[in-house]
Design a protein around this ligand. Structure first.
Ligand code: HEM
Length: 426
């Protein structure tokens, strides 16, 4: 008989279906069921891999910080690893995949320390005027039209141009990155990691070749961009190798791109569906205040965050989560979206409250893999939402929520499109 998780209530009905299109559109009722009846739940993913889903806040936070859960896909139990279905898209890209989200200490500690020397909060703060410029330029592109698809015309290009600029990718090459990033976003089916399919492999390969070449050029002519900062960074005389710097630039692009698209997309959508909260924020922004914008971004990350499930973890020693024993080699997926709506931690968990002050959400993760790009993501989110609301004050949905399509990848949660209408700017 399977172990009963701590405090779980026996269920009259079987577990609701997971990873269907209906689930992708609104996974929260299914997550509420899991939290109550099967908070540590073993399930077969559509890819065929079996994994544990952890849905309660306390268990999720503990699992994210548990050093017995490795990020290295080599720790996945033999069989699934041999079929190559987890983590690494292909042997050729393996060196690019040796990045922060796939490694453990001491390698992780060393690489994280080096990147932290280059990707500093100060560098991000100094970037604010540039992000504002990019935001305004993108809105200029559709403001006079009276309608737009906010995903394709705004949420998608903003993060890619921002991180390219910060890394020091020349302006004339940035549209290539836009194309590669677009290839990475296509063809996601519910429950599959979008990063593992064919077109994605080609995009990764081209990005890798480009980044290696760029790093090579920058090494001879260092500037004040982030790639130069990565090359320059040293710790006790240690530097990043060219491959490590390329893998680092790649993960900054990869981890910082779709996530921020979804913060802007999900965030705008949540505001449009909660007119009272949107009005409060709009008035506050018009008065030039920042407090509600700041707590509001955190609440949008909690309420419908970009990262639905934290990236893969694998048990390297027997451990117990929420009263359930996890065998060595088993994958564990921490469901951030479920944990952040746990009523045991968040009052009125299903209510969007932009002023929520007690809000230790897990949207940026927790522990040693806590998002290194959080300051940049917050900056982009603030700039995007405040500028949209002030420049297009009567912004409204141009499609019924039932007709909107969600992307439905395994890790990320985001809309495929967000059609809106507004009075054209004159
Ligand atoms: C890690 C979320 C934006 C770079 C993470 C993790 C989460 C996350 C949940 C931890 C994953 C895990 O433990 O499995 C987000 C969200 C973002 C965002 C919600 C936007 C709203 C960014 C940006 C960058 C970035 C803009 C860089 C430019 C990274 C990196 C890691 C990471 C490099 C790995 C850190 C490590 O393993 O030490 N992010 N992220 N992220 N994020 Fe972000």
């Amino acid at each position: 008989m399977p172990a009963q998780p701590d405090g779980a209530q026996p269920a009259a009905q079987p577990a609701p279906p997971l990873f269907t299109w209906e689930f992708a559109a609104d996974p929260y009722p299914a997550y509420a069921w899991l939290r109550e009846h099967a908070p540590v739940h073993r399930t077969k993913l559509p890819s065929g891999v079996e994994a544990w889903l952890v849905t309660r806040y306390a268990d999720a936070r503990q699992a994210l910080a548990d050093s017995r859960l490795s990020k290295n896909p080599a720790h996945h139990s033999e069989q699934a690893h041999r079929t190559g279905r987890v983590g690494i898209p292909g042997e050729r890209q393996a060196d690019l995949m040796t990045h922060l989200l796939n490694i453990d200490p001491p390698d992780h500690t060393r690489l994280r320390r080096l990147v932290s020397k280059a990707f500093t909060p100060r560098r991000v703060a100094e970037f604010e005027p540039r992000v504002q410029q990019l935001t305004d330029r993108l809105i200029d592109g559709f403001a006079q039209r009276g309608s737009a698809d906010l995903i394709h015309e705004f949420a998608f290009p903003l993060p890619i141009y921002a991180i390219c600029d910060m890394l020091g990718v020349p302006a004339e090459d940035q549209d290539d990155f836009r194309d590669w990033a677009g290839m990475m976003l296509r063809h996601t089916k519910p429950g599959h990691g979008g990063s593992q399919r064919g077109g994605v492999g080609r995009a990764v390969k081209r990005m890798r070749a480009y980044l290696l070449e760029l790093i090579h050029r920058k090494r001879a002519d260092l500037g004040d961009d982030l790639i130069s900062g990565l090359i320059r960074a040293s710790d006790h005389g240690e530097h990043l190798t060219e491959n490590e710097a390329a893998a680092m630039a790649f993960i900054l692009l990869f981890a910082g791109f779709e996530t921020t698209v979804n913060l802007i997309g999900n965030g705008t959508y949540a505001l449009l569906r909660n007119p009272g909260q949107r009005a409060l924020l709009q008035e506050s922004v018009a008065r030039g205040e920042t407090a509600l914008l700041e707590t509001g971004i955190e609440e949008l990350l909690r309420y419908d965050g970009p990262v639905e499930l934290a990236t893969w973890r694998f048990a390297t020693a027997p451990l117990t989560i929420g009263g359930v024993d996890i065998p060595v080699g088993d994958p564990v997926l921490v469901v951030l979206a479920a944990a952040d709506r746990d009523p045991a931690r968040f009052a009125d968990e299903n209510t969007l409250d932009l002023a929520r002050s007690d809000n230790p959400h897990l949207g940026f993760g927790h522990g040693i893999h806590y998002c290194i790009g959080a300051p940049l993501a917050r900056l982009e989110g603030r700039s995007a939402l405040a500028t949209l609301l002030s420049r297009l004050p009567d912004l409204r949905l141009a499609e019924t929520p039932e007709n909107l399509r969600w992307r439905g990848g395994l890790i990320m949660r985001g809309l495929r499109e967000l059609p809106v209408e507004f009075s054209p700017e004159i």
